[in-house]
Design a binder for this molecule. Sequence first.
Ligand code: RAM
Length: 872
Amino acid sequence: MKLSKATTLFISLHAGYALAGSPAISLTVGEGFTNPIGFHDATPTFSWKLPDGVKKQTAYRVEVRDHELLWDSGWIESDQSVLVPYAGKPLSSRQSLSWRVDYRDEDGQPSGWSEPASFELGLLSSKDWTAKWIRPGADLPELESTSLLRRSFPITQEVTQARLHVTARGLFEIHLNGEKVGRDEFAQGWTSYQKRIDTLSYDVTSSLKKGRNAIGAMLGTGWYAGKIGFRGESNRYGSQPELLLQLEVQYADGSSSTLISDEDWSSTFDGPIRSSSIYNGENYDANLEIDGWSTAEFNDGSWAKVKANPDLGSAVLSPKPFAPVRVIEEIATQKLTEPEPGRFIFDLGQNMVGYPEIRIPVTKGRTITMRFAEMLNPDGTMYTDNYRAAKSTNQYTAARDGTITWKPTFTFHGFRYVELSGFEKDISPQKDWVTGLVLHSDLPRIGKFESSHPKLNQLQSNILWGQRGNFLDIPTDCPQRDERMGWTGDAQAFCSTSMFNYGSHAFWKSWLGSMRDDQLPSGKIPCVIPDVFAGPDSPGWMDAATIIPWNVYVRTGDKEILSENYQMMEGLVGFYRKKAKNHRIHKISAFGDWLQPYAKDNKGNTPFELLGTAFYAYSTQILADSAKVLGKTADAEKYQTEAKAVKQAFATHYFDEQGKLKNAPETQTAYILAFEFNIIPEKFMKGAEKNLLRLINEADGHLRTGFLGTPYIAQVLEETGNPEVAFDLLFKESYPSWFYSINQGATTMWERWDSFTLKDGFHPEGMNSFNHYAYGAIGQWMYERVAGLAPDPTQPGYKHFFVRPLPGGPLTSASATLETAYGTASSSWALTGRTLEMNVRVPPNTSATIEFPNGREKENVGPGIHRYRLPM
Ligand code: RAM
């Protein structure tokens, strides 16, 4: 595209719809929570949005109270409206607070107090628990059996407030008087259970009644006592799930009572869920359903007493700091086939993660089998090879004739197809027998990307589904096979992209907590978190410890994520330092540039030592930058010097005077990382750029990068002044490329570009996931550069941001919209003939720098909607 500097037509509109003096809106605490209960942080932060029309905040005043005023910040002259730290009287567990804010706008006009918002703290430490860990009296009959626990209790007075605080070592579902409590699934989630167990709090005031009540718990082995990882049984955190529960009730007369999990509970293994396994699926026998098991009327005389343990253990008990997994969406069956007699396959049209809800006619005693698959074999049967050892099969045995509705409880599947078999002959299945229930951490959807190109939009959809499928409480590599672990390399690659699509701030912060818990004394970061498989050292995997905190900081402005993880980052950099000689890594174990196409093996052709030195430099640079942000001046200098030395060592060892790689095979990834991590000395840059372009050319314009190089390839090409090469890669249709997988039918991101091809069928290797988000990392470039909405690391959290649209390739329009902590930001452009229309939205109390794609001088703009028409 020709860039012209000719005169430009320009209109700038300022949205003026809010009246001066409008109170703040969307009050949130912490990492974006609205009126939470069971809140995790006794030193919270407060954020509010200014209404559209207000330009800037010049001062604020926050008040926090319970019965009395706990904090009045007084008028603070500041434009800070996001993550303002609490500085009042100490807060404690269970405290219920309300808060409000008043601000002055650009003219010094006070807004008046906002409507109050609230938050209620959960049980902040183990000291708040009088409950005991309970488990069924006997050992698990089978490795992944489930159990039911219950007790009844009286309520003699009028209840004014009831809170249920609960957690498990394992998975739980709580029922009160016959009803499930809350909408959470896979609670409490997966943390490094030896170190930290998250607790959940529920408002159950309206579930209690005067008279006899009953509470019940279903317990599953889940990630805690079930099979997870590669090491079989020895990997389990514990042999049996356990429950910890405290029901705290307040009465109208001012008195209160607490019911706890203790030896007064009863238990049975004889419920309908015979076994439930994350990898293998669930086995349900309706003949064993126990009517009313969680109601007061039920007689549990035949149940065994539980075992109770008053020792709470050494793991920190603290409120879950982000949203649990929930059913987010339902998908209807698109197509129904019967490739083999009696085996009915329901195609949901979308590879998804969760489980099906089935509504089917059954006859007493029959067992219906449900199998799952992401793809079909050429003959239309289920392709399940890529599940490897994960059986991922559910069974339902009917207790009566009639129509039943069922879904599993403690297992999930990665699938597009559901196969039902086991019916009477002559049955005529209907599409509405199967509905897909999509499950993932219930994070707010905050970003949207659209363009004029259907395949690019499909790519965005695949990226989104990759995220949805792999954000089931922790960031996983894949959701279907015998793995589903928190692979650090995949996570760091995808983190920035994820932050655009969903409000993932708290999600990452929590997972980084598990990473801190599992860091080894040497400073090494295990390659999956929570650690169920320490694995090799692996540059690019371990560096999730620096890259993720930094990327989240840039996109949220949350300095705490840097301070919390600072020591961990130092530990990692120390680990590299010990491995290095003269600032260069000479020997390191690694996954390499994982899955580089056409490489000698899965680990790619870029030497581990080169990757090690590059990531050592990058992580040290991030540490230095973090030290600077945190005001640790001496550290900042020290680590900056170290980063410089490592970069220099890299440059002298790996580059010749022509900017050509030496002492290592030339790979695209080697050049890309050297550029991205700012390692290449100025004088070698032109040469290095030429060599990278040559390598791409030799690959006939294709990428030859794996998990480490691919995330940065477009960015590096564009930043070295070769946007057309970046667009060419993005819009490539042949192997290996993003569109190539789409052309083979992808509705999610695949582990390999050719996991399946129309020509040759399935990739022969067992490691062949159809839901692997790592290559979705291209999303970042699409949002930040193609549509042009990019954060500014020096004023993080979109306090100031860049609008840098880049029309190119076959695109005639693109747009990105993001709900930032300040309000909606967006950048969109459309090209008609030689005229580019741009539409930019800047939220209140922020500013943006617009970089025009036709060479027109940059412009700094304030809040409002800005429209431009540019000749190109
Ligand atoms: C695979 C995982 C993951 C990758 C590692 C090295 O088994 O799926 O994507 O990070 O190996």
